[in-house]
Design a protein around this ligand. Structure first.
Ligand SMILES: Cc1cc2nc3c(=O)[nH]c(=O)nc-3n(C[C@H](O)[C@H](O)[C@H](O)COP(=O)(O)O)c2cc1C
Ligand SMILES: C=C(O[C@@H]1CC(C(=O)O)=C[C@@H](OP(=O)(O)O)[C@H]1O)C(=O)O
Length: 384
């Protein structure tokens, strides 16, 4: 069984990820993990924190000589900002911390403090912070490298920022997207302008990012039980990303207003008798099972809740009305969230891949995978 967890506060010493159930024999390139971590730190619209951090993966266990051992992998990413926050974060027994009590609407401040009985909002905001997504990206970078062994690649793009939308269609120029300040296939300049305007107005922006997995074989996930459905697992993973409020697979919302004849992807066998679809409005999943087409996921991100021009709010303890607290914040994180989305899709697909082809080593998994792919072919299929 593949499983993983993260730990760490935003201004604590470090973030940690623990991965269990990784088979042996996979080559893991740490530079590639660090490349993914740097991508997550980027994108136009990020705040001052990213000038301080230089996210780097320190692998503490489970990888030896660049290869997975089959034992648990643990990874640490230091928070360089810890140096500046030690006085706030390190509270000795008997000492009274400087408490945060002014609530920010849209963040976890109010609900988390009331739920856990904290009279200091910091005890909630530190863990609610999307700083945690750095640890997810480290896990995702490992999953990505494993999937690559089987020809599966994952990319993301920015579909919209505020009201500015890119309607670009595949094939995408991934290098151009990486070079765009907002990781968009078109309308970059307008998006940058929208972010600048939001910043000048003391405001923030959300948007939509899209994640695409190519090379996924037919058969990951299952139609047989609610928690085995691949689309359900993807939706949960994406919804768990801080500030994501909607997830769609394939044509999703557009499909809801169209007749079936204009939505479903007709099946056409290719010259070798492989079953393909003429279009991919299903986004690569039918019946909770990958159908062999690219998996396409869109996620809607609400605007960042910490505003330079704060919203009306209240004090947690006195209940006095007052403006929300502002220290520093991102303005727009759609491009960065896309990188987190890539990690989450990689993790879900790797989990489902191991479920289908699982073994204790790369060799064993490769044998299972190749045998299955061969069995699907015209002439081989349905023969006992
Ligand atoms: C990459 C990334 C960076 C974020 N940066 C900020 C930020 O600087 N300030 C902020 O208030 N929220 C930020 N958020 C969003 C909050 O973490 C999120 O809104 C909060 O945890 C409440 O959770 P919810 O929006 O999912 O309900 C960020 C989210 C992501 C994905
Ligand atoms: C630190 C990161 O994102 C943080 C996510 C975040 C939040 O509330 O989610 C609040 C901000 O924290 P700070 O107040 O320290 O600037 C962001 O910078 C990161 O992505 O690495």
């Amino acid at each position: 069984m593949f499983r993983w967890l993260t730990a760490g506060e935003s201004h604590g010493q470090a973030l940690v990820a623990l991965i269990d159930g990784m088979p042996a024999g996979f080559k893991i390139n740490i530079d590639e993990i660090n490349k993914e971590l740097r991508r997550r730190q980027g994108g136009y619209g990020r705040g001052g924190r990213q000038k301080i951090e230089r996210d780097t993966a320190h692998v503490l266990s489970g990888i030896r000589n660049g290869t997975t051992l089959g034992s648990p992998i643990s990874i640490m990413i230091r928070n360089l900002d810890w140096e500046n926050w030690q006085n706030v974060m390190r509270v000795e027994p008997g000492e009274e911390p400087k408490k945060v009590t002014r609530l920010r609407p849209g963040h976890a401040d109010m609900a988390g403090s009331l739920k856990y009985g904290h009279d200091d909002v910091r005890n909630v905001l530190e863990r609610a912070s999307a700083r945690e997504t750095a640890a997810r990206v480290a896990v995702g970078a490992i999953a990505k490298q494993c999937l690559q062994e089987f020809g599966i690649s994952i990319h993301s793009l920015t579909r919209s920022i505020g009201p500015i939308r890119s309607d670009a269609t595949p094939p995408y120029d991934w290098q151009q997207i990486e070079e765009s300040p907002v990781r968009a296939p078109s309308h970059s300049e307008e998006m940058v302008k929208a972010i600048d305007e939001a910043r000048e107005n003391g405001d923030t922006l959300g948007g939509i990012f899209e994640v695409i997995a190519e090379g996924v074989p037919v058969g990951l996930g299952s139609h047989t039980q609610w928690d085995r459905k691949l689309d359900g697992r993807i939706a949960q993973a994406f919804m768990s990303i801080q500030a994501v409020k909607g997830v769609g697979i394939g044509a999703a919302w557009e499909a809801a207003s169209l007749p079936g004849s204009q939505v479903h992807d007709v099946i056409i066998p290719d010259e070798e008798g492989n079953l393909k679809h003429a279009t991919n409005r299903a986004g690569g999943v039918e019946g909770g099972i990958s159908n062999g087409e690219p998996i396409v996921v869109q996620a809607a991100l609400k605007p960042i809740s910490t505003l330079l021009k704060p919203l009306d709010s209240a004090d947690l303890i006195t209940r006095e009305p007052m403006k929300a607290r502002y220290e520093r914040s991102d303005i727009c994180v759609v491009p960065a969230a896309g990188v987190v989305g890539e990690a989450m899709l990689a993790i879900v697909l790797w989990d489902a891949f191991l479920e289908k082809f699982g073994g204790d080593s790369l060799r064993e998994i490769r044998r299972n995978y190749e045998g299955y792919i061969e069995s699907l072919k015209l002439g081989n299929f349905a023969q006992s």
